[in-house]
Design a protein around this ligand. Structure first.
Ligand code: ADE
Length: 355
């Protein structure tokens, strides 16, 4: 495969086919950064409303640096992988302290910020500053492994590094950002995962070794990830009138700092659930079973059952323990202020509809 033949047809194709996206309209370093972090685990269409709201509430790097933890988690609610937004805030604080609140126009300095790996650093450097560094993500790795007909495992760091070196050599100096985005765009629109790539409309089909060999559907190769641990959990919707008990998760670990419906390991009977509620200093009045729900995280899967428990109205600062992260909030407040992970969506939706 001749690498040097990639840029020209690809950029021509990009000029005619690139999607109009909010972060492409006005590619400031901050907007590019926010969009790239959101796009890492989430589809473009799902990102759009989050991106608009984030920029509206935190229009600049210094606003992000100074925001409260609850606010940034609320802005991220439903996107998952919350460490992404925590790291963004840490990086914003570094930028405020070390660089006067402006993203440095320097690849190595960007790369050294919390939560920014080679892909994101390359994307910001190239799209916002026209610095000729590569931005090789999963889309690009798929495109390249097909162009090369390579069966190497694209999840391996060494494979990614080699691809980055190759791409760096061919980035056109006049259009680094567009070039990186054209590779990403080709992977998103033409050289697609899950199903047949659209080789008829591919500007690089003439160069593609996988197409020549007819093996495009076999690539890219990825070693299957380890099986997830399965965990049974019992979720408790503790309510009194239109108020609900929420619990803040610990500052470290899975879903750190987010608010949840109280839940514990195991599949409990009604009796177990009732005695747990009493052990929390609350008085259960009525209990009924809610349905079952499942949530898949990257390393664990929760298989949940749930109970709706009517409780006597607790006296907030006595029986409920803010120091243990328990809060008692109205339904509207829950929706407006508290970031509750999607894992609890089934039960939270039930409460939204019925309370
Ligand atoms: N996915 C990751 N980065 C992207 C970008 N800049 N445009 C569209 N999709 C993307």
């Amino acid at each position: 495969m001749e690498w040097t033949k990639i840029p020209e047809p690809l950029l021509l194709w990009y000029d005619a086919n690139a999607r109009v996206l909010p972060w492409r309209q006005e590619p400031t370093p901050y907007r590019v950064w926010v969009s790239e972090i959101m796009l890492q685990q989430t589809r473009v269409e799902a990102v759009k409303p989050y991106f608009a709201r984030f920029l509206q509430e935190l229009p600049g790097i210094s606003d992000l640096a100074e925001a409260s933890e609850d606010q940034i988690l609320k802005l991220w609610e439903g996107l998952g992988y919350y460490s992404r937004v925590r790291n963004m805030q840490k990086a914003a604080q570094v930028i405020a302290e070390k660089y006067g609140g402006e993203m440095p126009a320097d690849y190595d300095k960007i790369r050294a910020l919390p939560g920014i790996g080679s892909y994101t650093a390359g994307a910001i450097a190239s799209i916002a500053f026209q610095i000729p560094k590569p931005a090789v993500d999963g889309n690009v790795l798929r495109v390249l492994s097909r162009l090369l007909a390579s069966y190497e495992d694209i999840l391996k760091q060494s494979v990614k590094r080699r691809m980055e070196e190759q791409v760096e050599r061919i980035i056109p100096r006049e259009r680094p950002g567009d070039f990186n985005q054209s590779l990403i765009e080709l992977g998103a629109l033409v050289c697609v995962p899950n199903g047949a790539p659209k080789c008829q409309s591919c500007p690089l089909s003439g160069l593609c070794e996988a197409r020549k060999k007819g093996i495009q559907l076999e690539l890219p190769k990825k070693t299957p990830p380890k099986a997830r641990k399965q965990e049974k959990r019992t979720v408790l919707a503790l309510v009194s009138d239109n108020k609900i008990v929420l619990r803040k998760r610990p500052p470290k670990g899975l879903l750190a700092g987010l608010y949840e419906l109280p839940n514990e390991k195991g599949t409990w009977t009604e009796e177990q659930a009732v005695s747990y509620v009493r052990s929390q200093g609350l008085s259960p009045l009525r209990i009924r079973r809610l349905g079952e729900a499942k949530h898949i995280f990257s390393h664990v899967e929760w298989q949940m059952c749930g109970y709706l428990v009517r409780i006597e109205e607790p006296e907030m600062n006595e029986s409920l323990k803010p120091e243990e992260g328990l809060v008692f909030v109205e339904k509207e407040e829950m929706e407006r202020r508290y970031s509750i992970p999607s894992a609890f969506e089934y039960y939270v939706n039930y409460l939204k509809e019925t309370l």
